[in-house]
Design a protein around this ligand. Structure first.
Ligand SMILES: CC(=O)SCCNC(=O)CCNC(=O)[C@H](O)C(C)(C)COP(=O)(O)OP(=O)(O)OC[C@H]1O[C@@H](n2cnc3c(N)ncnc32)[C@H](O)[C@@H]1OP(=O)(O)O
Ligand SMILES: N[C@@H](CCO)C(=O)O
Length: 332
């Protein structure tokens, strides 16, 4: 079995002295947030990290489906002096989305509708993010998001065009294809069939198959882990256990549904004025690069670049290669 190498492990850690640590703020205390589903909510808690000195211009990092606001934990090769997110120069902010389960208000804290968790949208998440930036005194923002974070960047570009200076969208479509919705449907069906944890583990196994590639697994998971147990079998079981230990099934349902329901029209995408760097990943089977590039072609001021990795969709997290330098050059 070939071990993957993580470039981040060879770099010094991101300057922890410029990291705020996890902070929380309660927003929408006097004026409610009107969700796209029609529900008005107050007292929305937002968990976030900041890196660097507070300024009116910020770089907002938008995390992926199961990510957190702790950018230094999951994207160390992007954060630090001389890197694309440089706390010695930039004010970097990352917040856990509403509906997530890393400190922000989650589905269990929102009033249910007809016995079902309230439906959240990516645009709702952008509105909450905007309220956080208002709270922090930020007036202009550059966005950097991968996967769900990249789709959320599209929502920001449509929802807050006055605020967004530029955006980097990595490994993300502007709207989910039937293929992506189908994978999420199977994951949610697993959760509904086996609530309480077992379904979430199966959901993660399904998702992991779409986050890597046949070539990646041929390199990393060939053969048997122990006699009679294929390596890939124990790998997927382990990944299911790992997510179960750190994530919540109601958040999984809420966030995947928000991604599936985000369906901006081509005309809306053509209306985006901000410069955008769109990054596809050569071996991404979840969001194939041609699909990602097709959305870039609709944007009036987009440039497209492709990450040449065998490791599939998750390559932006685990095999970034020249991506940090591309993002740094675009942002600076
Ligand atoms: C506290 C936290 O977890 S914070 C993380 C927050 N999460 C995020 O931000 C979401 C984004 N991150 C991710 O999705 C993932 O962490 C990634 C993509 C960056 C990396 O995924 P990883 O699971 O760490 O990497 P990889 O797919 O190589 O798997 C490595 C793990 O599988 C184990 N493993 C590898 N092969 C096998 C196998 N055949 N059988 C069983 N276990 C295996 C390794 O021992 C390793 O275990 P460890 O995580 O306990 O060290
Ligand atoms: N592997 C990442 C990206 C998924 O799109 C996550 O779990 O959030």
């Amino acid at each position: 079995m070939t071990a993957l190498t993580y470039p981040a492990s060879h770099l010094p850690p991101a300057t922890p002295e410029r990291c705020s640590g996890l902070q929380t703020v309660t927003l929408f205390c006097s004026e409610p947030l009107l969700l796209d589903c029609g529900q008005a909510v107050t007292h929305v808690r937002v968990a976030y990290h900041t890196y660097g000195e507070a300024r009116e211009d910020a770089t907002l990092v938008l995390h992926a489906l199961t990510g957190t606001s702790a950018v230094h934990e999951w994207w160390p090769e992007f954060l630090g002096e001389g890197r694309p997110l440089d706390p010695t120069r930039d004010f970097v902010v990352c917040a856990n989305v509403i509906g997530g389960c890393a400190g922000s208000t989650g589905p269990a804290e929102l009033a249910s509708v007809g016995g079902q968790d309230a439906s959240l949208s990516l645009r709702d998440m952008a509105r909450v993010g905007r309220a956080l930036l208002d709270h922090l005194g930020v007036r202009r923002v550059s966005l950097v998001g991968g996967s769900m974070g990249g789709m959320l960047a599209y929502a920001w570009l449509l929802e807050c065009p006055d605020l967004v200076e530029k955006a980097v969208i990595i490994g993300a479509p502007a709207r989910h294809s039937p293929w992506a919705i189908g994978l999420n449907t199977a994951a949610r069906s697993a959760i509904q069939a086996a609530p309480g944890g077992e379904g979430l583990k199966v959901a993660r196994q399904i998702a992991m198959l779409s986050y890597r590639s046949p070539e990646s697994f041929a390199l990393t998971q060939a053969g048997q882990r122990s006699p009679g147990t294929p390596a890939i079998t124990s790998y997927l079981q382990y990944q299911g256990e790992k997510l179960h230990a750190r994530f919540c099934e109601r958040s999984y349902v809420a966030l995947t549904w928000a991604m599936d329901m985000f369906q901006p029209t081509d005309d809306e995408l053509r209306s985006i004025r901000a410069p955008v760097l769109v990054v596809g990943i050569r071996s991404d089977v979840l969001y194939p690069p041609a699909e990602v590039q097709g959305y870039a072609a609709l944007l009036p001021h987009a440039q497209y670049w492709e990450l040449d990795s065998v490791h599939g969709h998750d390559a932006f997290l685990m095999d970034a290669q020249d991506l940090p330098e591309r993002v740094r050059a675009f942002l600076s």
